[in-house]
Design a protein around this ligand. Structure first.
Ligand code: URA
Length: 200
């Protein structure tokens, strides 16, 4: 069994926080084990909870369109969330839920070893760009230990706020050149501080 499938089996029965009590399915993530790009959203919504797959509702359809802008299909990237079970009523994830779920995301990153991690929305951004504001850093990249970290707005935000569409689309269009010119992206300083994931 692949390392990812082993991980999915563990996540499916996870009871590290109370969200297991109300989920239909855990939503571990999906995509290529050797993906160059890993997209990290916030939490499963209703559609994702029903299907056990990330980004399959309206925000997911828009994410697919964004990927098509850079000639990627979702099977070629990896898509995950900060938390793996749907919060009731789609409420924001709680700090304790994010902390409980964090080891799963860390293991996914270890297995996939992506060249680029794209954060979608502020919960995902807060893990890798602590203390930053999405309106300031969206569309900018930092490199740490050979991984490019890149912050984008959440696709759902662009669906609700028409004015963000152009922004999220032009941020998406920067991804291929960032990958091609990775060596020119400055290493963030000081790496040891930055590497610590942020407790939200
Ligand atoms: N929004 C997210 O952040 N993740 C999903 O999987 C779906 C919607």
């Amino acid at each position: 069994m692949s390392a990812l499938n082993e991980l999915y089996q563990e996540i499916a029965v996870c009871q590290r926080c109370d969200l297991y009590k109300c989920r239909t399915n855990a939503v571990p993530g999906e995509g290529a084990e050797d993906a160059e790009i890993m997209f990290i959203g916030e939490a499963p919504g209703w559609h994702e909870d029903q299907q056990g797959r990330p980004f399959v509702g309206p925000a997911g359809q828009y994410l697919d369109q964004l990927l098509a802008l850079i000639d990627f299909k979702r099977e070629q990237v990896y898509i995950a969330n900060v938390i793996k079970s749907r919060p009731p009523g789609n409420r924001d994830p709680l700090p304790a839920e994010i902390a409980a779920c964090r080891p799963w995301l860390e293991r996914q990153i270890e297995v996939i070893r992506p060249r680029m991690i794209v954060t979608l929305g502020r919960y995902s951004m807060a893990m890798f760009f602590p203390g930053k504001s999405i309106s300031k850093i969206h569309g900018t990249a930092q490199k740490r230990d050979d991984i490019i970290y890149y912050a984008m707005y959440h696709p759902a935000a662009a669906l609700h706020q028409q004015s963000l569409r152009q922004t999220i689309e032009s941020d998406m269009l920067k991804i291929p050149s960032l990958l091609a010119e990775a060596k020119n992206i400055a290493e963030a300083e000081p790496p040891s501080q930055q590497l610590k994931m942020f407790e939200v």
